[in-house]
Design a protein around this ligand. Structure first.
Ligand code: E4P
Length: 219
């Protein structure tokens, strides 16, 4: 399973990239706005920190506008994945970019029917938003299970299921249990994945006992 981090905070990304656990990054217009920096500079910096796919989202809503924006964004670095919304124009743009050899992440997916369309449009990734579905009383992880089941029926579908709008470790674990290809996770949730009280308690105990020996391993 691949881990992407869902942020435009380059300091956070640099720290997480150093862990060796990061396979890519997703951003969206909200996250870019939160960074308070120009989008081009942020995406360029992220692409230097992480070699895997870095999603940069278009904000035009028509096909021609999306293509113009995609031309600017894809020129930033070879690992930019163009993120388009799951709309008719977005999927038309997805097909055009895919045919031109560009990775596309189709975002704002909330149904299995939409996920089928994204795969038919040749998307490299489809991003179902599990947290936002849970927020309105629907079953986000149930949607992931359904999409994976459908995609497995069609080996010709090369689209990877990128679990998005992740709210906590339980979403990540369930995504892995279902066999989702990728989870894009906010930095805070990535940090939570490390935590277990017995790990902290066990380490404290080992270190206390070790200190009593007066030994050092590396001098
Ligand atoms: C995915 O690529 C989106 O950027 C993101 O996961 C949205 O999450 P949110 O529902 O927490 O805004």
């Amino acid at each position: 399973m691949k881990f992407f981090v869902d942020t435009a905070d380059t300091a956070e990304i640099a720290a997480l990239a150093a862990s060796g656990l990061l396979d890519g990054v997703t951003t969206n217009p909200t996250l870019i706005a939160k960074s308070g920096r120009p989008m081009g500079a942020v995406i360029a910096e992220i692409c230097k920190l992480v070699h895997g796919p870095v999603s940069a989202e278009v904000t035009a809503t028509d096909h021609a506008g999306m293509m113009r924006e995609a031309a600017v964004l894809r020129a930033i670095a070879h690992n930019v994945a163009i993120k388009v919304p799951l709309t008719p124009d977005g999927l038309r743009t997805c097909r055009a970019l895919t045919d031109d050899g560009v990775m596309v992440n189709v975002t704002l997916c909330f149904s299995a029917a939409q996920a089928i369309l994204a795969a038919k449009a040749g998307a490299a990734f489809v991003s179902p938003f599990v947290g936002r579905l849970d927020d309105i009383g629907e079953d986000g992880m149930g949607l992931i299970a359904t999409i994976l089941e459908i995609y497995r029926n069609y080996p010709g579908f090369k689209t990877e299921v990128l679990v998005a709008s992740v709210r906590g470790p339980a979403h990540v674990v369930e995504a892995a249990r279902l066999g989702a290809h990728v989870a894009t996770v906010p930095p805070a949730v990535l940090h939570q994945l490390f935590a277990h009280p017995l790990t902290e308690k066990g380490l404290a105990g080992f270190l206390a006992d070790w200190a009593k020996t007066g030994q050092t391993i590396a001098g």
